[in-house]
Design a binder for this molecule. Structure first.
Ligand SMILES: N[C@@H](CCC(=O)N[C@@H](CS)C(=O)NCC(=O)O)C(=O)O
Length: 213
C-alpha cells in the first residue's frame, strides 16, 4: 500500500510539529525535503498555497495545515493521551496565541530586515509580555501543557519557542522564566525532537526513519 507523503522543510517550525506528531504516532511515512525557493511542481499542484508542511494521504486527500496533520496523526486510540488534552479551551487558546500574536512578534524580532522593522526590541518585549511570561506562569502549574505528560499543544508550541530562544541565546538564558526554560530544555534534548531533525537528502522522496531506528 502507498504510504502517506509529507512535504517538509527541516527548519520550519510548522513542519517540525507535524513530523513530531507523526513520529509519536509511529506512522510509517515518506518525506520530501522541499527547497522553499524551488517548490516541487507536484506539491504545488496538490496544494497551490505553497507552504509546508503538506501531507498527501494514500486515499488522495491532502492536508495543508500543520495542525490538521497533527490531528490526523494523533486523533486515534493509541495516541489519544496526546490529542485529547490539546482540545481543552485553554490549550486551543495557547495554540491560537502561538500561531498569531507570538509568531507575529517572533518574525519581526528574528527577521527585522524582512519586515522593514525598526523596533526589533519592541517586538522582543511584546513576545515576552504577551506570550512567554504567561506561558512560564502556566508551566509553573504543571510541567507540560498536557499536565504531567506532554500533549499535542506542547509539540505545537515548542518549535516556535526554540526559534525565539535561539535568536539571542545568552540573553534568553538569563531571563527569569525557569519553568519555560526547563520545558524548552526538555524538548531540545528529547529523542523525539532530535529524531524529527533527521537530515533528509534534498528534493527527493525517501522513507522517514521511525523513532525506533
Ligand atoms: N498555517 C500553516 C503555516 C505554514 C508555513 O507558513 N510554513 C512556512 C515555512 S516555516 C512556508 O512554507 N512558507 C512559504 C515560503 O516560505 O515560501 C501551517 O500551520 O502549516
Amino acid at each position: 500500500m502507498q504510504k502517506p507523503l509529507l512535504y517538509t522543510y527541516r527548519r520550519c517550525p510548522y513542519a517540525m510539529r507535524a513530523r513530531m506528531a507523526l513520529l509519536v504516532a509511529d506512522i510509517d511515512f515518506d518525506a520530501h525535503e522541499v527547497s522553499l525557493r524551488d517548490k516541487p511542481a507536484e506539491m504545488l499542484a496538490r496544494s497551490p498555497k505553497g507552504s509546508v508542511p503538506v501531507m498527501l494521504l494514500p486515499d488522495g486527500s491532502v492536508l495543508e495545515q500543520s495542525w490538521d496533520i497533527m490531528r490526523w496523526a494523533l486523533n486515534r486510540a493509541a495516541t489519544k493521551n496526546w490529542w485529547e488534552p490539546a482540545q481543552s479551551i485553554e490549550n486551543l487558546e495557547w495554540l491560537a496565541r502561538n500561531d498569531s500574536v507570538f509568531k507575529h512578534h517572533l518574525d519581526r524580532y528574528k527577521y527585522p530586515e524582512r519586515y522593514n522593522e525598526t523596533d526589533r526590541a519592541g517586538h522582543r518585549e511584546s513576545a515576552l509580555s504577551a506570550f512567554l511570561k504567561p506561558l512560564n506562569s502556566r508551566l509553573e502549574q504543571s510541567r507540560f501543557l498536557g499536565g504531567r505528560e506532554p500533549c499535542a499543544t506542547d509539540l505545537a508550541l515548542f518549535p516556535f519557542v526554540r526559534q525565539f530562544a535561539a535568536v539571542e541565546p545568552a540573553w534568553f538564558e538569563v531571563l527569569q522564566l525557569p519553568a519555560l526554560q526547563a520545558w524548552l530544555a526538555y524538548w531540545l534534548s528529547s529523542p523525539l525532537f532530535l529524531h524529527c531533525m533527521h537530515k533528509l537528502p534534498g528534493q527527493t522522496t525517501v522513507p522517514f526513519p521511525s523513532l525506533g531506528h
